[in-house]
Ligand binder design. Structure first.
Ligand code: FAQ
Length: 331
């Protein structure tokens, strides 16, 4: 796996101290940076990397859930899941569009994903084994995504921040539908409750890993926070998520699979056990159960969709030629 964000980078740029200071002053004044504004190359690259990874996560994230649309237990559940998966596709499109304003094309980003060079969230390399996983993904995965994305609504780059506002509203619906599925199971038969517990057991730790490596190992956090792309560190957001989610598990009568989890009365926060960072890096580097399948599925979808892209381009070209001919005739 390579470090991303080099697409289209112009490594020859020389940026004066004055330019960098003036840019930082804009950031510090909380001004939004727009696509045509002058910006340091590193800022642009960081955004292309993060927004690209985020877009890929949404698109790859459709797969584990899409897998259950035909097996949803009721028509109501099927309709809600279908709408959710469609929303994730929409989020991917807003995000690819936001990244495109920085001078990379969706084709370039997709090529990097399919070549195994671009990262996407580690969480989507775990399999969805039971219907309870669909509830747990909404509850935990969308829950973690919202915790991470609410601060991104205040990201210094305008198109990303604006895309996040709508995305967060939809993620909030996703989180609730997931929690409602898990609640139904947790309050159901003993077998249903066991399914919910088993699912929480499998998804809890991978959900905590969604926030990225611990602050001491996070290579980009410091610079991204100075540029106000990120507003909180990985560990701070992870802590907020744990504090919000443990009481939800307790309400459901489910047990968080962490023997070291305890509430610290003095700090008002939950303390948690050690995260298995070896597992995290193994999955990020392609060693998760589903990495290979996810990329194969995306490649098939991209290849199968080639005719649609070609037809859309041909149609646009025909319209352009027709408009030109009409204008010429009118002159
Ligand atoms: N998985 O220095 P940091 C969703 C990489 S959307 C894989 O801390 P940064 C919706 C990182 O890229 C979920 N790789 O990096 C949904 C970097 O590698 P690089 C996605 C990870 O960027 C729900 C290296 O480790 N959300 O779920 C992960 O400052 C349900 C060092 O890390 C976003 O993308 C990981 N978990 O902080 C869809 C939100 N964590 O690039 C369907 C936007 C880290 O040097 C169903 N992104 N890495 O090669 C962010 O907020 C940040 O990029 C972080 C990482 C917080 C993810």
């Amino acid at each position: 796996m390579y470090s991303q964000g080099l697409i289209g980078a112009d490594s020859s740029t020389t940026e004066s101290e004055e330019f960098l200071a003036a840019f930082q002053a804009r950031i510090d004044r909380e001004e939004k940076i727009e696509p045509n504004d002058p910006m340091p190359e590193g800022y642009r690259r960081t955004l292309v990397r993060q927004i690209g990874q985020h877009a890929h996560s949404e698109i790859v994230g459709m797969l584990p859930e899409g897998n259950w649309i035909t097996r949803a237990p009721t028509l109501r559940r099927k309709a809600a899941l279908l709408a959710k998966v469609q929303d994730e596709g929409g989020h991917g499109l807003y995000l690819y569009s936001a990244a495109e304003t920085l001078g990379v094309s969706r084709d370039q980003m997709t090529e990097e994903l399919l070549a195994g060079k671009a990262k996407y969230s580690s969480i989507f390399n775990y399999p969805t084994l039971t219907w309870a996983d669909i509830g747990t993904i909404g509850w935990l995965v969308d829950g973690a995504a919202i915790m991470n994305q609410i601060p991104l609504c205040r990201c210094s780059f305008g198109p990303y921040a604006r895309a996040m506002i709508r995305v967060c509203k939809e993620e909030s619906f996703h989180q609730r539908q997931g929690y409602e599925i898990v609640m139904t199971l947790a309050k159901g038969t003993p077998e249903q409750k066991r399914m919910a517990q088993d699912s929480l057991d499998r998804w809890w730790w991978p959900s905590l890993m969604m926030f990225g490596p611990s602050d001491s190992d996070s290579v980009h956090s410091e610079q991204s926070m100075t540029w106000k792309i990120k507003r909180f560190s990985n560990d701070d957001l992870r802590q907020k998520f744990i504090d919000a989610t443990v009481p939800q598990a307790e309400y459901l009568g489910l047990k968080v699979p962490d023997p070291d989890l305890r509430f610290n009365e003095e700090t008002g926060h939950y303390e948690h056990g050690e995260i298995d960072w070896d597992e995290f890096w193994r999955v990020v580097k392609g060693g998760g159960k589903m990495n290979r399948d996810r990329i194969a599925d995306r490649k098939k979808a991209w290849d199968d969709g080639a005719w649609v892209r070609e037809a859309a381009l041909a149609h646009a070209e025909k319209r352009r030629a027709r408009q030109e001919a009409t204008l010429e005739a009118a002159e």
